[in-house]
Design a protein around this ligand. Structure first.
Ligand code: NAP
Length: 249
């Protein structure tokens, strides 16, 4: 069996960091990508090593093709053939109504959440597809419940970007299902991470958590369980699934 070598984009904080920790418990060596927070990336990598697996950190903007390609090349060179990729890096943008939204804000969200995922998925397929002499593997993209609720008055551009991730995941999954590559997504609900403070509402998860049917926001660890399960062989018949982890929201 091939070694378990995983790339996690945005693995330094929040859901990505939880995925790194949980994946190491399953025996994955991990390339931890981050954007600006080297210290947090090092903490993620240290947790992976503590679990007995190998880890490297790789700075790179996942909205930039050259950085994405460099991430894959570095991970491959230092850890070996890539067999898992979690496209987690994502932003909501600042909370804004559409009428006040700049093109720059729209483009920032689309470039990272949509184009970044497309490019990283392409790089994964190029290396994993048995048609291209790869050994197969699994891709998990981070979606959201946002395409179902639309996120009005907050970040409609974000909801649209995650809708694109869902469609892309379905289409690509069917394109490569016969080539040893499984592509799936996880759609979290309200999860308590830094993303809300970055959007401009630090209390958002606490405030809206109470409106979730289960009565609270979720944790990054609860999302990581689903992501790492989809990476695993236990999910071998899952193709194009968007797995909801949302407390009933
Ligand atoms: P978070 O706490 O804000 O963490 C974001 C992570 O992405 C950090 O590791 C950050 O790196 C990295 N990142 C940001 N921009 C990047 C870029 N341009 N290139 C590379 N890495 C970048 O976010 P989160 O809540 O864990 O969200 C993770 C994913 O889950 C996102 O795709 C998000 O849309 C999705 N999601 C989250 C929720 C939620 O409620 N939290 C709900 C549904 C879906 P640095 O540490 O270096 O800044």
């Amino acid at each position: 069996m091939s070694a378990k070598v995983l790339i996690v984009t945005g693995g330094s904080r929040g859901i990505g960091a939880a995925v790194c920790r949980r994946a190491a418990a399953d025996g994955w060596d991990v390339a931890v990508n981050y954007s600006g927070n080297a210290e947090a990336a090092e903490t993620s990598a240290a947790a992976v090593r503590k679990a007995g697996c190998r880890a490297i950190t790789v700075q790179g903007d996942m909205a930039q093709e050259a950085d994405i390609v460099r991430l894959f090349e570095t991970a491959e060179r230092e850890l070996g053939a890539i067999t898992g990729v979690v496209c987690n890096a994502g932003i909501t943008g600042k909370i804004t109504r559409v009428e006040d939204m700049s093109v720059e804000a729209m483009r920032g969200v689309i470039d990272l959440n949509v184009l970044g995922v497309m490019i990283a998925n392409r790089e994964a397929v190029r290396r994993m597809s048995t048609k291209r002499k790869g050994a197969g593997g699994a891709i998990v993209n981070l979606s959201s419940i946002a395409p179902r609720v639309g996120s009005p008055n907050e970040f409609v551009h974000y909801a649209a970007s995650k809708g694109a991730v869902d469609a892309w995941t379905l289409g690509l999954s069917r394109e490569v299902a016969g080539e040893g590559v499984r592509v799936n997504a996880v759609a979290p609900g309200m999860i308590d991470t830094d993303i809300h403070a970055t959007a401009g509402a630090p209390d958002r998860a606490q405030r809206l958590g109470a409106t979730v049917p289960i009565g609270r926001a979720g944790t990054a660890d609860e999302v990581a369980e689903a992501v790492v399960w989809l990476l695993s062989d236990a999910a071998r018949y899952c193709i194009g699934t968007v797995l909801s982890v949302n407390g009933g929201r």
